[in-house]
Design a protein around this ligand. Structure first.
Ligand code: XMP
Length: 516
């Protein structure tokens, strides 16, 4: 993937299969240097052709002796490129350059005290004599390769860092990329800016200018269409493309009627009135309500909404004359995860969907080199409203997966209203955005209550609020009782048909964030 690589000094992160490669790539970009993840098996010839400004070797299996452990092309280490190895990377370097890795099987996991033993260290410049670092390894280097000096140790790891500045090779057994390593980002910056001499030029303005230039070159005078959902990714694609090609862009907004309060209006106002984008707003609520009537199986609901969504979209898209391109908001993690096999598929929330029979567009994916936090930063820079840029994750099928059982207009009305209160109250309290996601859920039950002098038999609302870093795991948010009390009062007083409010105190696992 060429992408920004042609215009930017690029750091390659050699991926040895650990979950750390993405994190390293992000840390490098936080230091304002463009990075790309490449397979560990990349050949020296390929590296020579693509000329990275530096290389970082990621972590990987516990030991280079592990069964089936991946090994890099050793010639990459001696091409004169500045290289930094982390964890498994230090072992690879030692293995290929004549160091010794005794098979002790003694590992070190978690926090360790790092002691800098060589004040002359180039890599550890500015790191205090003792600091905290994060370890996760089994075997470790016993004797460094000839030419290397040992620069740090921990209680159990004799070679916690080593370097050979004459060959521009550096390595640490600990993980500088994880937040638990106190001076981790400092070490990464020293490596990039001082050792490899890469200037910190990867900025949001720079991303915008280069993306705009590339899109113009790619599409020329052709017309492009773009599916707009109001989520941050598709919104950014629309705003960027509009900046690049103006009137050649048409956006199709399929409003399935399952959006939150005022959300559809916000999409229309932002893109039609503020950005003056040619926007087709398809109000498909009736159509969806018809299809969903009486359907209570969660998977079936999702399937109906997903399939119908693309059907409606392509119905509109194919009516437009002379449109050659379809733009979509694929992000870098999608590209890495799918091994770059996204071509000619539509990213549909969690799935990839093929084009329908007889329909073809060339795909343009202007965000495919970016991480989510970069997308948000570019969005703000382009003037997208904060409500869109900071929008919480929201399922493609929308409120339909937060109404347990079948969906109808009345339930949608109740949930929309209660959800607006939850978002309003928690939003005002959580100004520094510590809560990952919060919303209301409408279960398929009724319970007895008393309001005024009357017995009621009405619906409950469940409030869900979770803290999380990435939605893979989550914990229920410890909201103050006062805040819960305010939400409960407001929902029961303001939302007709609700007589009870519950708070979901389930973490993930075993629960999921959504209820369906
Ligand atoms: P769960 O419920 O699996 O959700 O813990 C994890 C995260 O994914 C979001 N989510 C979705 N996002 N389409 C999406 O784009 C979907 O169908 C969908 N379902 C769940 C959910 O909100 C949470 O952030």
């Amino acid at each position: 993937m060429a992408d920004f690589h042609d215009q930017q000094p690029t750091v390659f992160v050699l991926d040895f299969g650990a979950q750390y490669a993405q994190l390293i790539a992000r840390r490098v970009r936080e230091a304002r240097v463009y990075s790309e993840i490449v397979p560990y098996s990349i050949s020296a010839e390929e590296v020579a052709r693509r000329k990275p400004a530096a290389i970082i070797l990621s972590g990987g299996p516990a030991s280079v002796y592990a069964e089936g452990a991946p090994h890099m092309d050793p010639a990459v280490l001696t091409m004169g490129i500045t290289i930094l190895g982390f964890c498994y990377g230090i072992q690879e370097m030692a293995l290929h350059l004549g160091g010794e890795i005794p098979k002790t099987g003694i590992g070190e996991y978690g926090f360790a005290e790092l002691e800098v033993t060589n004040a002359e260290s180039v890599l550890l410049e500015g790191v205090p004599t003792t600091s905290r670092c994060w370890m996760s390894h089994r075997d470790s280097v016993g004797t460094p390769p000839p030419g290397f000096s040992v620069t740090a140790r921990t209680a159990t790891t004799a070679v916690a860092a080593m370097e050979d500045p004459s060959r521009s090779l550096y390595a640490t057994q600990f993980h500088p990329e994880v937040a638990h390593t106190e001076f981790g980002q400092h070490i990464i910056r020293t490596f990039l800016h001082d050792i490899a001499k890469i200037p910190p030029v990867w900025t949001m303005v720079n991303i915008i200018d280069e993306t705009v230039a590339r899109v113009r070159e790619q599409v020329g005078g052709d017309r492009v269409n773009c599916e707009l959902s109001g989520g941050v990714d598709s919104s950014l694609v629309a705003a960027l493309l509009h900046r690049a090609i103006g009137d050649q862009l048409t956006c199709v907004f399929v409003d399935h009627g399952m959006l939150r309060l005022d959300e559809a209006e916000q999409v229309v106002t932002t893109f039609r009135d503020q950005f003056h984008i040619d926007l087709i707003h398809v109000d498909a609520e009736e159509r969806y309500l018809g299809l969903l009537a009486g359907v209570s199986d969660p998977e079936l609901k999702r399937r109906i909404i997903g399939e119908e969504f693309w059907q409606v979209f392509f119905e509109e898209a194919t009516k437009l004359e002379g449109v050659k391109w379809l733009a979509q908001g694929t992000l870098y993690p999608d590209v890495i995860e799918s091994g770059n096999k996204t071509a000619a598929k539509i990213k549909s929330h969690h799935n990839l969907i093929p084009f329908p029979e007889g329909v073809h567009f060339d795909l343009i994916e202007p965000l495919k080199a970016l991480f989510k936090d970069e997308v948000r930063a570019v969005g703000s820079e382009l003037g997208l409203p904060e409500e869109i840029v900071q929008r919480q994750p929201f399922p493609g099928p929308g409120l339909a997966v937060r109404i347990i059982g079948d969906v109808d207009r009345e339930k949608l009305g109740i949930l929309r209203h209660a959800d607006a209160i939850v978002r309003d109250e928690i939003g005002r309290w959580d100004t520094d955005r510590e809560v990952w996601q919060y919303f209301a859920v409408l279960p398929d039950i009724r319970s007895v209550g008393v309001m005024g002098d009357e017995r009621t038999y009405a619906r409950p609302i469940i409030i869900r609020a979770v803290s999380s870093a990435d939605a893979m795991t989550a914990d229920w948010a410890r909201l103050p009782h006062e805040l819960l009390a305010t939400m409960s009062n407001r929902i029961i007083n303001e939302v007709e048909g609700v007589n009870r409010v519950a708070y979901d105190i389930t973490s993930k696992p075993p629960g999921t964030i959504e209820w369906e």
